[in-house]
Design a protein around this ligand. Structure first.
Ligand code: ADP
Ligand code: MG
Length: 340
C-alpha cells in the first residue's frame, strides 16, 4: 500500500504525449493527432504564502518566484520560466512549495515542457476547462521560451486520455477521440540526438508558412495548384508539407478507426518523407532510425515525432514486436491495457 499523503498535500499529475501524425501543422490551424502517454510529470507540495518555490528531481537549482509574477522571462534557473509563466497567466496569488518529478524525458519531443506547465497549473489550483488550462499554459510557454508554439502539447496534456489519440482541429479547437486499436502497438524510440536547433529552426519555418498563407490562404485547406504556383521554392515546399500532412492526419485517423495498420504505417512513412524533404526538419540520425525500424518485421511505419532536428521517432507495430533495444531508449506507449 502507498503511504498516505500528509494532510493538505497537493499532488498534480500531467502526462507527456507522442504525436502520432500531424507535425508542424498546429500553429497553421491544421490537424494533429497526439496521444497521451504513461510518462508523466508530478508536482507535489503545499499551497500557502506568496512565493512559488519548486525543486526538480531532473534539473538543478531552486525556483523561487514572488507573487504576483512581475517578469517570467528572466527567472533563473531557466526552467523556472515555465513555472513563472504559468503563475503569471493564471494570475496566481497563493504560493506553493514543493517538488517536480517526471518520467517524461526532457527535450526529446514527448513534451516534458507542456507536462510541466499543466502539472504546475493544476498544482496552483487552476480552474476552468482543459482547453482553458491548455491555453494559459500555451501562453506561458510563449512567454518562457519566446517560441510561438501551437496548442497541441498543452491540450493533449490537459485533455488527453492514455491509449486514445486526440484528433485536434487547431483552427476550431474541436477535439475528438480516436481509440488506438487494442492490437496496435505504439513505440517511441529516442534517437539520442539532442534537439539543439529546434528553437531557431522553428521560427524560420513558421515565418515561411505564414508568408505562404498570405498568398494562398489558410494552408490546411489551400488549393494544391495555388501552392505549386508559389514562386518562392522554400515557401512552396513548407506549404506543401502542411497541406499534405493535414490530409494524412485525416486518412490516418480513418485507418486507426478501421484498424488498418498497414495503411496507417504507410502514412507515417509519407509524413516522415515530407518532414525530411519539404519541411527539412529531419536529420541523418532520424532518417536512419526510421529506415531501421521499418525494416523490422511487424513494424508498419515510423516517423520523427515532435519538432524534429533530433529527439524521438514514433513507430506503429504488431503485438509481439519488441523495439525496446532500438535507439538509445524506447518505450511502449499504449494502448495501456494491451499485453505484450
Ligand atoms: P520537450 O517538451 O519536447 O521535452 P522542450 O525543449 O520543449 O522539450 O522542454 C524541455 C524543457 O522543459 C527543459 O529544458 C526544462 O526547462 C523544462 N522541463 C521539463 N520537464 C522538467 C522537469 N521535470 N524539471 C525541470 N524542468 C523541466
Ligand atoms: Mg516542449
Amino acid at each position: 500500500m502507498n503511504d498516505p499523503e500528509p494532510t493538505g498535500t497537493v499532488v498534480a499529475v500531467a502526462p507527456g504525449r507522442v504525436n502520432l501524425i500531424g507535425e508542424h501543422t498546429d500553429y497553421m490551424g491544421g490537424l494533429v493527432l497526439p496521444m497521451a502517454v504513461h510518462l508523466a510529470t508530478t508536482v507535489r507540495g503545499h499551497r500557502g504564502g506568496d512565493v512559488v518555490e519548486l525543486r526538480s528531481h531532473q534539473l538543478d537549482g531552486v525556483v523561487r518566484v514572488a507573487l504576483p509574477v512581475q517578469d517570467a522571462t528572466s527567472v533563473l534557473p531557466s526552467w523556472g520560466r515555465y513555472v513563472a509563466g504559468v503563475a503569471a497567466e493564471l494570475g496566481t496569488t497563493t504560493g506553493f512549495s514543493g517538488t517536480v518529478d517526471s518520467t517524461v524525458p526532457l527535450g526529446s519531443g514527448l513534451s516534458s515542457s507542456a507536462a510541466l506547465e499543466v502539472a504546475v497549473a493544476l498544482a496552483l489550483g487552476a480552474t476552468g476547462s482543459p482547453l482553458e488550462v491548455a491555453q494559459a499554459c500555451q501562453r506561458a510557454e510563449h512567454a518562457a521560451t519566446g517560441v510561438p508554439c501551437g496548442i497541441m502539447d498543452q491540450l493533449c496534456s490537459a485533455a488527453g486520455v492514455e491509449g486514445h489519440a486526440l484528433l485536434i482541429d487547431c483552427a476550431t479547437l474541436e477535439v475528438s477521440e480516436v481509440p488506438v486499436p487494442a492490437d496496435a502497438r505504439i513505440w517511441v524510440v529516442d534517437s539520442g540526438q539532442p534537439r539543439e536547433l529546434a528553437g531557431s529552426g522553428y521560427a524560420g519555418r513558421r515565418a515561411s508558412c505564414e508568408a505562404a498563407a498570405r498568398r494562398v490562404g489558410p494552408l490546411p485547406t489551400a488549393d494544391l495548384a495555388d501552392i505549386a504556383a508559389l514562386d518562392d521554392p522554400v515557401q512552396r515546399a513548407r506549404a506543401r508539407h502542411v497541406r499534405t500532412e493535414c490530409d494524412r492526419v485525416r486518412a490516418f485517423a480513418a485507418a486507426l478507426r478501421a484498424d488498418d495498420r498497414r495503411r496507417a504505417g504507410q502514412l507515417m512513412v509519407q509524413s516522415h518523407r515530407s518532414l525530411r524533404d519539404d519541411f527539412e526538419v529531419s536529420t541523418a540520425v532520424l532518417d536512419r532510425l526510421v529506415d531501421d525500424l521499418v525494416a523490422v518485421p511487424g513494424v508498419h511505419g515510423a516517423r520523427l515525432t515532435g519538432a524534429g532536428f533530433g529527439g524521438c521517432v514514433v513507430a506503429l507495430a504488431d503485438p509481439g514486436v519488441d523495439l525496446s533495444g532500438s535507439g538509445t531508449r524506447a518505450w511502449r506507449c499504449g494502448p495501456p491495457a494491451a499485453p505484450g
